[in-house]
Write a protein that binds this ligand. Structure first.
Ligand code: CP3
Length: 342
């Protein structure tokens, strides 16, 4: 591999050590410089669709900590927004969308709007690409099941019961919705790659709430089709899959979904995952974000244990879920220093 980008070498199967590091949700509220730009932008979608500001917040954690990746500032809910579902981020409440519970809601989605609506994100990627240096640029989308969860519920939920009820009760209707999301996700990720993304990541944050049979149908299989479609169009671009809370199904996912790397959530035991996932695939994860809030000895011990468990195989140091707003930035700097010294 000719690249000097550490993350790309690992995603190509090289057990490069010390491992590259970046953190999920690294562009976000824990950084004062993010909060300053966010306040200027107004609402969240105004920030996402302003290429100058979105590029700036994407680069902030790379400049401050020397991360090995920049993940483009966007959101998994940009996809339903780009399909015309509508989306608002209410202060303190998270995302709100008009829920889709019937065929009429599915038929109202309009994939012809997508290309125009994601154009500002492509412009953000082009700008970041010029300034990213040796960090790799990651584009991303939600995986179809997780995006469907928010589209059906109309926002976040404790257990996504309306979504699971639709998946079991009206499989044809749920399948039709997932099919639209899957096709749109291929277009969304291709657009990001064409604008300069060097890696594509699929966030399946709610994968683990499904039964094993539905996990196969709605997580592993759609991810496999998306990865294959991307491979056909952009054979050089690696895909990272994050089937959060997959438990032991992570092994089957790793073998069948066609991804080059699998991200482990906080509950995954890296020593067990190592035995389930083929050696040529990279693993990513999985420090508890709350260990970084605490910092000090607990963060050092958890980090040392994770590094020990992953030594000798392709590995990308990361968290097991997104960094939380109350994280002291100084703790992140200490974490990066410890990983660099591994
Ligand atoms: O640094 C990065 O990783 C940048 C981009 C990024 C955001 N969201 C920005 C964001 C990424 C990769 C995401 C992924 C995302 N978004 C997921 C998958 C990962 C996960 O955490 O499980 C999900 C489920 C979402 C949906 C979402 N977006 C929710 C539920 C919320 C509200 C809760 C929250 O964290 O505030 C968001 C808002 C959001 N997306 C923020 C950011 C920085 C905070 C909004 C703000 O700044 O006001």
């Amino acid at each position: 591999m000719a690249t000097t980008k550490r993350l790309l070498r690992v995603l190509a199967g090289e057990a490069s050590w010390p491992p590259p590091i970046w953190l999920m949700r690294q562009a976000g509220r824990f950084l004062p410089e993010y909060r300053a730009v966010r306040a200027k932008a107004g609402d969240f979608m105004s920030l996402v669709t302003n290429p100058e500001m979105a590029a700036e917040v994407t680069l902030q954690p790379v400049r401050r900590f020397g991360m090995d990746a920049a993940i483009i500032f966007s959101d998994i809910l940009v996809l339903p927004w780009a399909l015309g579902q509508g989306l608002k981020f209410e202060a303190g409440e998270g995302p709100v969308l008009p829920p889709i519970r019937d065929r009429a809601g599915i038929e109202a989605l309009d994939p012809t709007q997508l290309a125009g609506r994601v154009a500002p994100i492509q412009e953000s990627l082009r700008r970041v690409k010029c300034e990213v240096g040796d960090a790799a640029l990651i584009g991303f989308a939600g995986a179809p099941f997780t995006v469907a969860c928010y589209m059906v519920e109309g926002g976040g939920s404790k257990d996504f019961s309306a979504t699971r009820a639709m998946a079991h009760g009206d499989p044809a209707m749920f399948g039709a919705l997932l099919h639209i999301i899957e096709a749109a996700t291929v277009e969304f990720l291709s657009a990001q790659i064409e604008a300069g993304a060097e890696v594509a990541m699929l966030f399946d944050s709610w994968a683990g709430i499904l039964s094993p049979r539905l996990f196969q149908r709605h997580v592993t299989e759609p991810t496999g089709r998306i990865a294959a479609a991307l491979r056909a169009r952009h054979p050089e671009i690696p895909v990272i899959g994050f089937p959060r809370l997959a438990g032991t199904m992570i092994g089957d996912y790793a073998r069948k979904a066609g991804v080059q790397a699998v991200a482990m959530d906080t509950a995954a035991d890296p020593r067990v995952v190592r035995t389930l996932v083929p050696d040529h695939l990279a693993l990513q994860g999985n420090l508890d974000p709350l260990a970084v809030v605490a910092g000090g000895q607990t963060m050092r011990e958890e980090t040392a244990g994770l590094l020990d468990a992953m030594r000798g195989r392709p590995f990308v140091f990361n968290l097991g879920h997104g960094i939380v707003p109350q994280t002291p930035p100084g703790h992140v700097a200490e974490l990066v220093a410890q990983v660099r010294a591994a």
